[in-house]
Design a protein around this ligand. Structure first.
Ligand SMILES: [Zn+2]
Length: 459
């Protein structure tokens, strides 16, 4: 069988052998390799760092020659509102208030269940295309049970590894501003009937409003529901100046709500004392640095969390205002930390730290560290191959991945041993058809909401 024949029919093979790759395992016990192989069997990584790889071309082994490429664990996007995929760059110039007015205020309420199915399916494909193999979908357009089902089906159809964060309806501000409404009871149905297993490719969490979006009574109630259903709780906290008056972590502390099952997103305006309280409770943290700086939340809090002993994950958050990949997030995290170190004396971090945030630390932040986030034998085979652009000399594969790479470099993506992207193209999809589907979804949303995108002013 020729190499090209072997590469055809992407998808499931009993075995995949990735040869001649520069390997960044993101596991200190496994280490990094200049030129070595990775063996995948079924959905698992069997071996990493085999020298001159055995010429196993028999049977059902699919061989990928990764000469000149960098192999690393698939990226973990620990915080994204996947439903926004048809709204790409619709709010590029927005600050937090104008984003609230346009996106949750105007566009979110007009989502029908079918729109959400399309948006989640294609949004997850956008992430896969960018090398994201695990995504935390913070879903806050659950206007009805049908919406929740559609959102989950969209994720399932994409083949990405996902944590579906069950949120709330976004039909009116009474759901999201100082809300007195408890999380819909439908969350129990979804947990008991749809996402029952914590071992499946798509698992469940709660996307909770917390004290910055709901009353403390509702926060208490909702967190109680999540704990009853054994769900990780993700909430926005310390959203810049907006979040400051709510003193969210202090109030949760007073109510004894903090815990290791809580993931705090953004955290820019939290005090060092609040961060220490989170650390003492074993909590997790996610930063979305590009968005936080663009929307003027302040410096990313990731280095202050590092100082308190918590390693953060990274998220793209809103594709209304950033790209679909973690590349700009990694660059922003590193660059902001360098400046912050100079101005505020926060800890120095390296590009390796930032790549850890986007992989192994991100997996920890979403509760999947035992399954993914590093190229470790026994973990799930979630792997990305990056092909540097033409005329690149590779002197620092870590620095290149964090500061020099882009989605255009993502050659191959493997999720749970299944090849989802190969030779720079997503496998098993009709790209032209999906493009039209996404655009007509976008057109419907704009028409129903009356939203005018920036391009509408062009001649
Ligand atoms: Zn968010």
């Amino acid at each position: 069988m020729s190499q090209s024949e072997a590469l055809e029919g992407a998808g499931k093979s009993a075995r995949i052998l990735i040869r001649n790759a520069t390997i960044l395992s993101m596991d200190t016990a496994v280490g990094n390799f200049q030129r070595a192989s990775i063996l995948v069997e079924g959905d698992q990584i069997m071996a990493v760092g085999l020298g001159t790889a055995p010429d196993i071309e028999f049977g059902s082994t699919q061989v990928i020659d990764a000469e000149g490429m960098i192999a690393l664990p698939g990226f973990i996007d620990a915080h994204r509102h996947v439903w926004q995929s048809p709204l790409s760059m619709a709010a590029a110039d927005a600050d937090l208030n104008s984003y609230f007015a346009a996106v949750p205020g105007k566009l979110a309420p007009v989502y029908e269940a079918d729109d959400l199915r399309t948006a989640n399916h294609i949004g997850a494909l956008q992430a896969l295309n960018a090398g994201v193999t695990t995504i935390f979908d913070w879903c806050h357009v659950l206007h009805s049970p049908a919406h929740a089902d559609a959102a989950i089906e969209g994720l399932l159809d994409s083949g990405i590894r996902a944590i579906f964060g069950y949120g709330f309806p976004n039909t009116e501000t009474a759901w999201s501003m100082d809300s007195e409404r408890p999380v819909p009871n439908d969350i129990r149905r979804v947990r008991r009937e749809r996402l029952t297993s914590d071992d499946a490719l798509v698992t469940m969490a709660m996307a909770a409003r917390g004290p910055e979006q709901s009353t403390i009574e509702v926060t208490k109630h909702d967190m109680g529901v999540a704990r009853d259903l054994d769900l990780l709780i993700s909430l926005h906290a310390g959203n810049g100046a907006f979040g400051l008056p709510y003193r969210s972590v202090e109030r949760m502390y007073e109510e004894e709500l903090l815990g290791a099952d809580v993931q705090y997103v953004h955290c820019n305006s939290l005090t060092d004392e609040s961060i220490q309280r989170i650390a003492d409770s074993g909590g997790r943290m996610v930063s979305t640095p590009a968005i936080e700086m663009q929307m003027q939340f302040g410096y990313p809090a990731s280095t202050r969390f590092l100082a308190a002993g918590i390693r953060p994950g990274l998220g793209a958050d809103v594709v209304t205002s950033t790209g679909c990949s973690l590349f700009p997030q990694m660059a922003s995290a590193f660059q902001a930390a360098r400046l912050q170190e100079l101005e505020q004396g926060t800890p120095e971090i390296s590009t390796y730290d930032v790549l850890s945030f986007a992989t192994v630390d991100g997996a920890e932040s979403v509760g999947l560290a035992s399954k993914t986030g590093s190229l470790t034998p026994g973990k799930q085979a979630d792997i990305v191959l990056l092909r540097p652009p033409a005329l690149t000399v590779m002197n620092d594969p870590i620095g290149f991945t964090v500061l020099g790479a882009s989605t255009d470099c993502v050659d191959t993506v493997v999720v749970a041993g299944e090849i989802k992207k190969r030779d720079g193209a997503l496998c098993g999809i009709e790209a032209g058809q999906l493009q039209m589907t996404l655009e007509s979804c976008r057109d419907r949303l704009f028409e129903r909401s009356g939203f005018q995108p920036p391009s509408s002013s062009f001649r």
